[in-house]
Design a protein around this ligand. Structure first.
Ligand SMILES: [Cu+2]
Length: 459
């Protein structure tokens, strides 16, 4: 009996042992195959990274230290020579939602965009909550709008780690892509989001999209973006702080002029608002400057930059109304034969500066708002990282609407094209990143279903 048991046991052990051997062989085979696959993947990834590095190096060669140039004209020319060095390989940053935000026909009831400082505390919080909600709309979230968070991120192609894509950062990326791909051979110098006639329509559409996103995600179909009335900064005893806008209870503080303490404090930070993708050191055109997936708190340095005395003033707005032409040749950021056009002026350019930053990105009006807010709004092509970006651009959009209305009121030639006399024929087409939308269909804001609580008129 015992013998039999032993025999049986041995047989069992032998079988187990044998089976174990066989199992080990199979497992080893599997491990080898996995290793092989892994090294293949690694090799392919390394190849891709090398290719990306080469591409980036080639692009960097096109960058020139144009700060050496001392005159406006010379700086302009050098800047121009940089444009077109990037060929748009970074991906358009699109999500599959063509014409999102554009109503099929003019809605019966217009949305009303109101001044930020006219909102009560609860309304302000609702706006901030809307921005926060977009950060939660990730591809796998199952939330409304999740499909639009499935965009081509710039991070992979520039060799940066992926982060969890979301409906807020889509706009940061779209804006970064627009800078990186500026003046691509495909799009040409014509269809540019900045430094050209499409500056205003491009940002008008960006606002329409995010406004529609917030409306959908928060379930509030009447949601309208507020605007930052720059004049509110001058009603304050200290225009440098612009306390009525940068308040602790909602949008958060203005950070600090001390470079190591720029963190925005207050409601928005307490609610967990984080920056996920940005660029380092004022580099708008260099892919190497992009940093992904190092989440951090929002940064501001309100009123710290010497380049601008403060937010634009009422006098600046009056000067805007004296411009009679929408845009003038060479239709960019450079000097025109006479004075700067309306678009050049509102974007921030002037003819006289030789300060390199002011030649490149402008120091007045729109640009002044970016520089005045500082840090994330100023140093990066990812300026939509700061929600004030959308309020700021709503103000720019409002001033465009005001200028148009003033022209329509004048009648005659000034009233053509919804009050955009001088809008060049060559720049009416598709928008960069959103080719399904054309610039000219964005001329009439009322037809797009929104209006402003107050449009300034020339005095
Ligand atoms: Cu912009």
């Amino acid at each position: 009996m015992k013998m039999l048991q032993f025999a049986r046991l041995s047989l069992v052990s032998f079988t187990v042992l044998f089976a174990g051997c066989k199992g080990k062989d199979a497992a080893a085979d599997k491990a080898d195959a996995a290793k092989e696959r892994l090294s293949e993947v690694k090799e392919k990834t390394a190849e891709k990274v090398d290719a990306a590095k080469e591409e980036i190096a080639a692009k960097k060669e096109g960058f020139y230290n144009w700060a050496n140039e001392k005159t406006h004209g010379a700086q302009c020319k050098v800047m121009d020579s940089m444009i077109g060095k990037h060929d748009g390989v970074f991906g358009p940053g699109t999500a599959d939602a063509p014409r999102w935000g554009i109503p099929e026909s003019k809605p019966a009831k217009a949305k009303v965009r109101r001044s930020w400082s006219k909102l009560d505390d609860a309304e302000k919080k609702r706006v901030i909550d809307g921005f926060l909600a977009l950060k939660q709309v990730t591809v796998g979230s199952g939330k409304p709008g999740a499909a639009r968070a499935d965009y081509d991120s710039i991070c992979g192609p520039v060799g940066q780690p992926a982060y969890e894509r979301n409906l807020y950062d889509y706009y940061v990326e779209a804006h970064m892509n627009a800078f990186l791909s500026m003046g691509t051979p495909i799009e040409g110098h014509m269809q540019m989001s900045h430094m050209g006639p499409q500056f205003l329509p491009w940002h008008r559409y960006l606002l329409l999209r995010i406004e529609a996103d917030i409306a959908e995600v928060t379930g509030d179909p009447d949601f309208a973006l507020p605007y930052w009335d720059w004049e509110d900064c001058h009603a304050d005893s200290d225009p440098k702080t612009c306390a009525p806008i940068f308040e602790r209870g909602s949008l958060g503080t203005g950070g600090s002029c001390d470079d190591s303490h720029r963190e925005v404090e207050g409601y928005i930070t307490d609610q967990g608002f984080k920056v996920n993708i940005t660029t380092q050191g004022n580099n708008l055109f260099i892919p190497e400057a992009i940093v992904c997936n190092q989440p951090r708190v929002l940064h501001r340095q309100v009123g710290c930059a010497d380049l601008v005395p403060g937010a634009p003033t009422r006098a600046d707005i009056e000067a805007m109304f004296t411009r009679t032409t929408y845009d003038a040749a060479p239709y960019d950021h450079c000097k025109t034969e006479e004075d700067v056009s309306f678009r050049q002026y509102l974007e921030g350019y002037d003819n006289d500066t030789t300060e390199m930053t002011c030649v490149a990105v402008g120091c007045h009006m729109h640009s002044a708002g970016h520089i005045f807010t500082g840090a994330d709004m100023y140093e990066s092509s990812g300026s939509p990282n700061d929600p004030i970006f959308f309020l700021h651009h709503a103000q720019v959009d409002r001033l465009w609407a005001a200028w148009q209305a003033a022209n329509v009121a004048k009648g005659g030639d000034a009233a053509v094209d919804a009050g955009n006399p001088g809008y060049p024929e060559t720049h009416r087409g598709s928008l960069f990143v959103w080719p399904e939308v054309t610039a000219s269909e964005l001329f009439d804001h009322a037809a797009l279903g929104y209006t402003y609580d107050d449009l300034p008129a020339p005095r």
